[in-house]
Design a protein around this ligand. Structure first.
Ligand code: ATP
Ligand code: MN
Length: 461
């Protein structure tokens, strides 16, 4: 089909050109015998004003050009005499692809709530808000690859179905082909030896362990794929299916890891500032939860660094009464994280060196033998966005930590092999992609930054 995307119509000098555009009608109004249609095709935040003069043969199609109808329009681009837009299309031909009954089309009115739009997840991408969210998401996804590819990292594809259940990142979904009406049992337990893989299988919670063996062969790698957690956390920051980016670097320590995380966030932020000017302006104007200047700060200012122990001291000094207790050895809760980044530092903070007992077995033990070389990056409004660490590369230390955490060693011989043969210092982190999109768009609820959110009791489509 001969069709010019609206993004192209707006970004090039198209005045005087005879063009065909396709899209969905946002609104239609008539004034002094001339009809005006706002057309959107999702390629840009802007709508194109179609001007249909009464003498145009297209005029007869107008009654069908209702909000939500999909149409093709041909015409000449000209400078717009009206305020509010630079250009418009003077239309000579309109073709209707699909009608939308104005009595029934759910996206009629302006100013729907986000809750209502969540109910019509299949139509919400047509709204200003969700069009903007998904364009930003796309720019960020490309930027993720650009960042790592530009630094020589290899994109590795770690499995979605896994048999390792000891990552400890969260509760896992079981993947099975057993007949649920007649589950085979052995000694009172489900007999997974009769299941598809001959043992119990799960949806992955993280690609880290597999990324580690790739890093121990090819150097620097990253994963970018879906991960799953069956935790019953009905929060505005948790999904049951989310996308995670997990770089893993060979010959790297915690300092390298933090530097990579900060460069990464700043690069992504810069890309969005460059490529999503209209979207950012939209979020700033309508939601007021994020602003260009906040993004510019994030893209340029240094991150604060603080150890877990010092962070605890800061929190103890706080005037705020926290719901969860503060005690050395207990994990920081979301309220603590947000206090640090929003009140104490008023900016991004990297918290390092957490007590070993609250962190995963693979994190490298520090010389104090109490803490591990871990780091979490906290952002205002979101709290934790990145969790990472230098990995334990010493066989004896790792074995000890695994035994202490009751990890069955026999399932993890392959992981120990990496420490037996040519072990090397290495480090990496995980960034939750949706949390990043959330921060950058300022969307309050994580369910509003992915097309089909999955959460407890929520699986539409
Ligand atoms: P949280 O304490 O916020 O639940 P976590 O400690 O479980 O996070 P990690 O296991 O370290 O997180 O996962 C790495 C990153 O993945 C986190 O920093 C976060 O950005 C993201 N993440 C974790 N769980 C979820 C989830 N359920 N939905 C969306 N993103 C998540
Ligand atoms: Mn969690």
């Amino acid at each position: 089909m001969d069709r010019t995307r609206l993004l192209q119509v707006f970004s090039e000098d198209s005045i005087g050109q005879d063009l065909t555009v396709c899209g969905w009608v946002r609104s239609r109004r008539e004034s002094k015998g001339v009809a005006f249609i706002a057309l959107s095709d999702g390629s840009t935040q802007e709508t194109l004003q179609l001007v249909v003069p009464a003498e145009s043969p297209a005029f007869t199609e107008l009654p069908r050009c209702n909000t939500g109808a999909s149409i093709r329009a041909r015409g000449v681009v000209r400078e717009s005499p009206a305020k509010g837009q630079k250009i418009e299309l003077e239309v000579s031909e309109i073709h209707i692809f699909g009608d939308a009954d104005p009595e029934k089309y759910p996206l009629q009115k302006k100013g729907h709530t986000l809750e209502f739009l969540r109910e019509i997840g299949h139509l919400r991408p047509r709204s200003n808000t969700f069009g903007a969210v998904f364009r930003v998401r796309n720019v960020l996804a490309k930027a993720v690859h650009d960042f790592f590819q530009g630094r020589g990292f290899m994109w590795v594809h770690t499995p979605v179905i896994t048999s390792s259940d000891c990552e400890g990142a969260g509760d896992m979904f079981t993947v099975t082909s057993l007949d649920l009406e007649d589950v085979p049992k052995k000694e009172g337990q489900v007999d997974f030896s009769q299941d598809f893989f001959g043992k119990r299988a799960y949806l992955t919670v993280s690609g880290q362990l597999e990324a580690e063996f790739m890093a121990m062969s090819v150097g620097d790698v990253y994963t970018f794929g879906p991960t799953f957690r069956a935790e019953n956390s009905n929060t505005s920051r948790h999904l049951s299916e989310f996308w995670m980016i997990e770089p893993e670097m060979a010959f790297a320590d915690l300092q390298d890891d933090m530097k990579l995380a900060e460069d990464f966030i700043q690069f992504l932020c810069t890309q969005v500032i460059e490529k999503c000017e209209k979207e950012i302006a939209f979020f700033e104007k309508f939601f007021k939860t994020i602003s260009l200047s906040q993004l510019q700060d994030l893209a340029t200012k240094e991150f604060y660094h603080i150890s877990y122990t010092d962070a605890l001291t800061q929190l103890e000094k706080a005037r705020k009464k926290f719901e969860f207790p503060l005690q050395w050895g207990l994990d920081l809760q979301s309220e603590h994280e947000r206090y640090l980044t929003e009140i104490v530092f008023k900016g991004p903070v990297v918290v390092t060196d957490y007590p070993k007992d609250i962190k995963a077995f693979y994190m490298r033990l520090n010389d104090d033998e109490k803490t591990v070389a871990a780091m979490d990056v906290l952002l205002p409004g979101i709290g934790e966005i990145i969790g990472g660490s230098q990995r334990e590369e010493r066989l004896d230390m790792l074995t000890k930590r695994m035994k202490a955490s009751e990890i069955p060693l026999e399932h993890m011989e392959w992981y120990l092999d990496l420490r037996r043969f040519g072990s090397a210092p290495h480090a990496g982190f995980g960034l939750g992609f949706e949390r990043l999109v959330q921060y950058i768009t300022g969307m309050h609820n994580i369910r509003d930054v992915i097309p089909c959110p999955r959460a407890p009791q929520l699986i539409k489509f």
